[in-house]
Design a protein around this ligand. Sequence first.
Ligand code: NDP
Length: 307
Amino acid sequence: MTVSITGATGFIGSKLVQRLYEDNHSICVLTRSKSKAESIFPVKEYPGIVIAEEPQWKDCIQGSTGVVNLAGLPISTRWSPEIKKEIKQSRIRVTSKVVDLINKSPSDARPRVLVSATAVGYYGTSETQVFDEQSPSGSDYLAEVCREWEGKALGVDKDVRLALIRIGVVLGKDGGALAKMIPIFMMFAGGPLGSGKQWFSWIHVDDLVNLLYEALLNPSYKGVINGTSPNPVRLAEMCEHLGSVMGRPSWLPVPDLALKAVLGEGATVVLEGQRVVPVRAKELGFSFKYPYIKEALKAILAQKVVT
Ligand code: NDP
C-alpha cells in the first residue's frame, strides 16, 4: 500500500517507516522540514521514499491508501504557557489539516484508512482505577489535549476507517522517556520514583510499531485501541526491573526533581500515571512480542543505539 505519515521523522514514526519500507510499501513522509527528513531517510538508504513539506502534503495524501498521523510537539519539555498551548495546538493543527485533505480528496484517490495517535493521558491519572477503551476521559490538562486531538481525527469522513491509538509510555533505547531516564538511573542507582505506587502503562516500541502496522492493514482495527502492553506495572516494579537489568541496585530513590530536570513537566506522565489495559488489542488477537516489562527492558538495554 501507499502510506503517508506525519511525525515520520520522530522516535515512533521513523521505526514505522523502516518497517513499512522493509515490507515494500510506498511511503510519503509528511514533514515540516525536508532537510531534516532527508537526513533521517537518506535517499541512498531509502530510494523511492517521497519527502513532502506542507504545500505538497495534498498530493501525497491524495495518492495514498492509508495515512498515519503521529505529529506533535514533544510533551517532555518545560511547560511554559506558550509551550502548553503549542503541545495542544500542534496536534490539533496537523490532525485538522490531515483530516481536511483526506475529506477533500476525490473519491477515487481517497485514503481508505486513517491511523491517528493519541495518548493514555486521555484517562487522567489514578493509583486505583483500571482504564480500558470504554473508560471516560479525565479532567486534567493532558486529558483535555487528548480529547481535542481525538475530536479532530473523528472529523474524518465516515467512509474512511479510523483507528485511534491511545499510546502509553513507549519504551525504546534511542528515544522516548526511557532514553532520558537511563542516565538518571545510572546516577541514582535506579531506586523508586516518588511513592512508587503510581501505575506505569508502557509498551515496547516494536510492539507499538506492529500495532500501528496492523491497524493500517487490518480492516477490523477500528475506533479506539489502547497502545499499551497487557501488563502495566507500578513504578516501583518498573524501577526494580530497570535497576536489575542495568546491574544496579535499586535502593537509592531517584528524586522527582531529577526526573523533572530531563522530562520537564512531561514527567507527570511518569510520576502520576494510570493503569491502562489493551482490551481491544486482545480482542483483535494482537500478539505482543514483549508482554512483560522485564523482558522488554532486557531487550532494549541489549540493543546497540543506531545513530
Ligand atoms: P517525537 O517527538 O519523536 O516526534 C514527533 C514528530 O512530530 C516530529 O518528528 C516532528 O516531525 C513533529 N513535530 C514536532 N513538533 C511539532 C510541531 N510543533 N508542530 C507539528 N509537528 C511537530 O514523537 P514520538 O515519535 O515519541 O511520538 C509520536 C506521537 O505519539 C506524538 O504525537 C506523541 O504525543 C504520541 N505519543 C508518544 C508517546 C511516547 O512515549 N513516545 C506516548 C504517548 C503518545 P517533523 O519535524 O518531521 O515535522
